[in-house]
Design a binder for this molecule. Structure first.
Ligand code: MN
Length: 743
């Protein structure tokens, strides 16, 4: 990135390296670890010699990268000398002639085995081929219980690569950013590295959607001075009281990153101006010896709520029920003098370290007894899932894994009153398997709050659950349909390996036959269309459902390939607009392969492309391309779910794409509109679209119920600006309440 690296003399380079090394030692000196400076110095010198003469893409000496990773490991993760040495040596075996045996001899077997683990999973989680992806991913996860430091250092490595991603070519940037967002950020969150997770997500966003990122960042920068003023006013009365109590504490503020602002805008469907919680305030207490940290948190809570009014629904007590990643704190949202809601997070220094450095800090505070932490349980369940798995589909492994990462939690009680954490949407049968596979296999149902429920009952927080079993009960293949936890799913897959395989094959055959009737092959493109239509995530799920007759493919397939944008709403009004002679064309998906609209910036591919049906990009949308098997580039919106998946698993097939300017083609786009059902509303909507904007409507599906209307309108537009302006103007109609573009 920095062109000045090229002009450095050898002596200047050496000085830069030595300075960075001393900065590492200074970071290390700031920790409470027993100082093993001689060992670290030896590791540095070994790595420095091994990488001598090689450069990074940015032009800086290669050793600067291991040094930076080592600094992240000590400063941001709080790890000790073994991890620092392993970080310094992490690329030596992969990139130079040294072997793990050399490292074992020079240092110790522990460091050598961590470096070996890192070497095995190098080159990204996903290799070039699908089977390798699955294998690499398994390796990555399976190394966790042996030595979790492998994965922590890998995460530090990824963080540094993300921070320096600017010097990579664009297609590579997208692959790395996609993979980071798909796997590493959730992993960081699951391991409790909140700061790292936030930074990874934000950096991914920056490279995936640079324009949007800049726009939101500018907005944040613009309001930051106001926020700072508001913050000072807000904390003043709090500090006065806390100080008068003789408390030792510090208060910090956190302004949302562009990515989390973007998420909020998307989730709530609001413009930047309506994101009110840009500011979060954190009060970090240092209780005196003998004082109870939880009690201090609650006192602080009552101080704040006696000054400001608390939002009734937004107090979160993670003191008594910490999150599974170990997070403890007390959250309260109060009304600031400005009338805005502000979230205050109250925690002790110990809790704060756990929140920021996650796992590593957890170990530090571990009392030494042999109790299993939630995290250990989680690692074991993931390991179990992968051990039992008979997956041949890398995407499926990732999906199951991701499910496991993101799941929210509910709390249920055993008849004896013990609390058990379960992922949201878990069923009684999941709980049975969670308690013991034996219990799961013989489960016939459950009693929830003393009422009989089937084993498919979806648990709610607070339920008291008693699992009912019978010796004669045997595991049923159908159970796979309603269990949601990875553990139960993996166990059933394991038990019914053969049966599932037969079902999958049968389902696949049916799909092939139905497609053949339409003279279509079963390729990834067509498969994806079917998956999208039925809103199913994986091919195996689809094949299974079809073989069991639960998915009516025969009746659906014509629709899928005739018109993929078919509305799922019940049609009450279906209007067709425009020239009736054109009717025939309207049902065809628009392909513009011969028009010069998309500009493929990758020299290695041809010019044939197709716009993806799943997200229907139109000019102005940020896009990227994927090379499919027959050399056509499929163009997706950059934030399309399908694209994200492809990006993280088939990164080598990414092609950069951009819209060429000056085109007059029309693209199919759809909006979703809702509001109060009043006479004349539809006419007004249609009038704006056709008269004010001269846009051709393809069709309108509106459904009314209880005085509310809801509907979809699809039309031919030229670019995103068209549709954005249109949405804004439709909102000006009084009876219209929401208008959104749909994908
Ligand atoms: Mn590296």
């Amino acid at each position: 990135m920095d062109k000045t690296y090229a002009n450095l003399t050898e002596a200047e380079e050496e000085l830069m390296i030595q300075n960075e090394f001393h900065a590492l030692l200074a970071d290390y000196a700031n920790t409470t670890h027993i100082q093993k400076i001689a060992l670290i110095t030896r590791a540095f010198e070994f790595a420095n010699k091994a990488h001598k003469g090689t450069k990074r893409r940015s032009g800086e000496p290669y050793i600067m990268h291991p040094l930076a990773v080592a600094r992240i490991v000590v400063k941001e993760m709080g790890l000790g000398s073994t991890s620092i040495c392993s970080a310094l040596l992490h690329d030596v075996v992969e990139d130079t002639d040294y072997t793990c045996e050399d490292i074992a001899r020079e240092f110790n077997p522990k460091i050598a085995s961590i470096v070996e683990g890192l070497t095995k999973i190098s080159g990204g989680i996903f290799g070039e081929k699908a089977s390798e992806q699955a294998e690499n991913f398994r390796k990555l996860i399976l190394t966790i219980p042996e030595d979790v430091r492998v994965i922590l250092i890998k995460m530090a490595d990824r963080l540094h690569n993300m921070r320096t991603l600017g010097s990579m070519p664009p297609a590579k940037q997208l692959k790395i950013a996609g993979e980071t967002q798909y796997i590493y950020a959730p992993l960081a969150q699951r391991l409790g590295f909140f700061l790292i997770k936030t930074e990874l997500e934000n950096l991914s966003f920056k490279y995936e959607q640079p324009q949007l990122y800049e726009k939101i960042k500018d907005n944040i920068d613009r309001v930051t001075p106001n926020i700072e003023k508001e913050y000072e006013e807000f904390i003043k009365p709090i500090t006065e009281v806390l100080t008068s109590y003789g408390y030792k504490y510090r208060i910090t503020k956190r302004i949302k990153t562009p990515y989390s602002v973007f998420k909020k805008m998307q989730k709530k469907n609001i413009p930047f101006e309506e994101v009110y919680d840009l500011l979060a305030v954190r009060i970090i207490l240092s209780p005196k010896i003998g004082e109870n940290e939880k009690a201090n948190c609650w006192v602080t809570y009552s101080v704040i709520t006696s000054i400001y009014n608390a939002h009734p629904d937004r107090t979160r007590d993670f003191l008594n029920t910490p999150k599974t990643n170990g997070y403890e704190a007390l959250h309260v949202t109060v009304m600031a003098p400005s009338g805005k809601w502000i979230e205050v997070q109250i925690r002790s220094e110990r809790m704060n370290e756990i929140a920021e450095k996650g796992l590593a800090a957890h170990w530090r505070y571990k009392t030494g007894e042999e109790e299993q932490s939630d995290l250990d349980n989680w690692f074991n369940s993931v390991k179990e899932m992968l051990d039992n798995a008979d997956y041949n589909n890398a995407i499926e492994i990732m999906d199951t894994f991701k499910l496991n990462l993101y799941s929210n939690e509910i709390f249920v009680f055993t008849p004896k009153g013990d609390i058990i954490k379960m992922p949201a949407k878990a069923t009684a049968l999941d709980l049975a398997f969670q308690l013991h596979t034996e219990l799961g296999e013989h489960c016939i149902g459950a009693k929830v709050d003393h009422k009989l429920v089937p084993s498919s009952y979806v648990l709610k927080s607070g339920d008291q659950v008693e699992i009912l079993t019978s010796k004669s009960q045997k595991p049923q293949q159908e159970w796979i349909d309603f269990v949601t936890t990875a553990k139960a799913k993996a166990h059933l897959r394991f038990l019914f390996k053969k049966e599932f395989k037969n079902d999958y094959q049968k389902g696949q055959r049916i799909v092939e036959e139905e497609l053949a009737k339409l003279h279509l092959p079963l390729n990834s493109d067509n498969l994806q269309k079917i998956l999208n239509f039925y809103d199913i995530n994986t091919a195996n799920q689809l094949f299974y459902g079809i073989s069991k007759g639960r998915i009516p493919l025969t009746s659906g397939i014509k629709n899928i390939f005739k018109n993929t944008s078919e509305s799922k709403l019940i049609k009450i009004w279906k209007l067709t607009f425009g020239n009736n002679n054109k009717k025939k064309d309207e049902n065809k998906p628009i392909t513009v392969a011969d028009k010069n609209t998309i500009h493929l910036t990758d020299a290695n591919v041809g010019t044939a492309y197709k716009l993806a049906d799943c997200c229907q990009p139109i000019p102005g949308d940020p896009v990227l391309g994927f090379l499919d098997n027959d050399g056509t580039v499929i163009v997706h919106k950059i934030d399309c779910e399908v694209a994200l998946k492809l990006q993280s698993s088939f990164g080598n097939k990414i092609v950069s794409a951009d819209w060429a300017t000056q085109q007059v083609l029309s693209f199919l786009a759809s909006i979703e509109i809702s509001g109060i059902d009043k006479i004349g509303v539809l006419r007004e909507i249609v009038k704006i679209i056709t008269d004010d904007y001269s846009i051709n409507i393809k069709n309108v599906n509106i459904q009314t119920k209880d005085g509310i209307f809801k509907g979809e309108i699809s039309m031919y537009v030229h670019n995103t600006e068209d549709i954005n302006n249109l949405c804004m103007n439709l909102l000006k109609i009084k009876a219209v309440k929401t208008v959104n573009r749909i994908q």
